[in-house]
Design a protein around this ligand. Structure first.
Ligand code: ADP
Ligand code: ADP
Length: 209
């Protein structure tokens, strides 16, 4: 299984990815998680990434593409992977396509998680993550246990201003990759509103169809 999860910020990509990789036993490759780890390391590259990320902008393609392509060509991805948050621009989608053609492998599916803009801001602003387990919580829709609240992380780009900018970037930069995959006949659309368990079932159903 070589699949991509696409959707606006807050659509539930990370939440669904965690469930799907457990079932399919493939690595979860989140470009956002990779970039946040680099920022945390304090490296020069991390400082560059932070500059783009915290305001809600995109990391430039010439930085993003080599990092992610290198990751998917590592040995643990030989039997598949789930990409979450990449590709996010048309040049990224084309670069991925070239890399996969070169490797003689094909994408199994691109799953688009659809959520109306009006729900996204609240989803992202009240998102919290547990740095110890990687679990994604939501203060209203998936409340964390009381005892771990002090250690939870609120992302620097989960402010109203940065989220609004990310939603706008999604429409201008990322939405153009949808026709690219639709023309290839591998795009599967899933309604991302409702109980997360129901959404996992919807994704599994389209993957089997
Ligand atoms: P993405 O990776 O697409 O940005 P996340 O999976 O991190 O999205 O989810 C964003 C926030 O919304 C998190 O706080 C998560 O707990 C919450 N969330 C995820 N799926 C749902 C859902 N189906 N309904 C309500 N809230 C959700
Ligand atoms: P979300 O889960 O809210 O959609 P991510 O964790 O995927 O957000 O990404 C967080 C930020 O990291 C993005 O707003 C962007 O600045 C940067 N980023 C992640 N993936 C990419 C990518 N493929 N191209 C450019 N920037 C990216």
């Amino acid at each position: 299984m070589r699949m991509i999860l696409v959707g606006p910020p807050g659509a539930g990509k990370g939440t669904q990815a965690a469930r799907l990789v457990e079932q399919f036993r493939i690595p979860h490759i989140s470009s956002g998680d990779m970039f946040r780890a680099e920022v945390k390391s304090g490296s020069e590259l991390g400082k560059q990434l932070d500059h783009h990320m915290k305001s809600g902008g995109l990391v430039p393609d010439d930085v993003t593409i080599p990092i992610v392509l290198k990751r998917i060509t590592s040995p643990d991805c030989a039997n598949g992977f789930l990409l979450d948050g990449f590709p996010r621009t048309r040049p990224q989608a084309e670069a991925l396509d070239r890399e996969m053609t070169k490797a003689g492998v094909a994408l199994s599916a691109v799953v688009l998680i659809e959520v109306p803009d009006s729900l996204l801001e609240e989803r992202a602003v009240l998102r919290r993550s547990d740095p110890e387990t990687g679990t994604i919580y939501h203060l209203k829709y998936n409340p964390p246990p009381e005892a771990i609240i002090p250690r939870l992380v609120h992302r620097a780009d989960d402010t109203k201003e940065a989220v609004d900018k990310r939603i706008a970037k999604y429409h201008s930069e990322t939405a153009p990759i949808i026709p690219f995959y639709s023309e290839k006949g591998i795009l599967k659309k899933v309604d991302g509103v409702g109980d997360p368990n129901a959404i996992t079932e919807r994704i599994k159903a389209v993957l089997n169809s």
